[in-house]
Design a protein around this ligand. Sequence first.
Ligand code: B1M
Length: 210
Amino acid sequence: MSKIDEIAQAVETGKSKLIEGLVNEALSGGEDPLKILNDGMIKAMGNVGEKFQKSEIFVPEMLVAARTMKKGVEVLKPKLAAGATTSLGKCIIGTVHGDLHDIGKNLVALMIESAGFEVIDLGVDVTTEAFITALKANPDTKVVALSALLTTTMPAMKDTAVAIKASGLKGFKLIVGGAPITEDFAKQVGADGYTTDAASAAVLAKKLAG
Ligand code: B1M
C-alpha cells in the first residue's frame, strides 16, 4: 500500500494517533503536500461521507475521521502556506449559521492566507449579524467568503449574502462555496464569485481584490 493510501485509510478509519507520523513520512519521502491533501485526506473524507449516507457509519465515526484529517492538515499547513505574506488586504471568512462543518472552510482560509490576505476567521455557525459586525469593524476588508456544507444551510447562506449586499457596506467582494453550492445559486444570492475548491478560491479572491 502506498503512503498516500495509508493516509487515506487512517483518515477514513479515524486513526488520529497515526496520522501525524504518516503525513511526516510521506513528506520526507518526497510526496507533494497537495497530493497528500487531495488524494489522501480529501478523498478519504469523500468515502466517509458515502459510508455515512449508506448508514454504514454514523456521526461519531464521521467526527473521528474529521479529527484525524484536522491533525493531518496541521502537519501539512506549513508546506501548503509557504510564502504567505499579508499585503493583499483582509478577508473575512466563516461557515454560515446552522452549519458546523469547518474542514473545507479552514482549507479555503489557509489557501487565501497563503495567497497574501490577512484572514479573519469567524469560525462555524456564524450568524448574519456576526458577519456584518466583523465587516463594520474591518472597513478595509477586500473579500468576504461564505462556506456551507449542508443543503439545509443554503438558505442561511442566501440570507447572509443578501443582508451583506443590502447593508450598504462597500469596498469588498463576496465569494461563496462548499459542496452543495452551485454557480447558479451563487448568482441567485448575489455573490461576486464562486469556486469549488480551496486552491481556486484563493485564485478568485486575488483576482477579485486586485
Ligand atoms: Co457532515 N454531512 N453532517 N459532518 N459531513 C456531510 C456534508 C454530508 C454530505 C454527508 C453525507 O450524507 N454524505 C451530509 C450533508 C448532506 C446534505 O446536506 N446534502 C452531512 C450531514 C447530513 C451532517 C449532519 C446533519 C449529520 C447528523 O447529525 N445527522 C450533521 C450536521 C451538523 C451541522 O453542521 N449542523 C453533520 C455533522 C458532521 C460532523 C460534525 C460529524 C463532521 C464535521 C466536522 C468538522 O467539519 N469539524 C462531518 C463531516 C466530517 C462530514 C463529511 C463526511 C466530510 C466533510 C469534509 O470535511 N470534507 C461530509 C461528506 C463529504 O463531504 N463527502 C459530510 C472534506 C473537505 C475538505 O471538503 O468541506 O467539501 P469540503 O470543502 C471543500 C469544498 O467544498 C470547497 O473547498 C473545500 C476544499 O477544497 N469549499 C469552498 C468549502 N467551502 C468553500 C468556500 C468557498 C469556496 C470553496 O468560497 C468561499
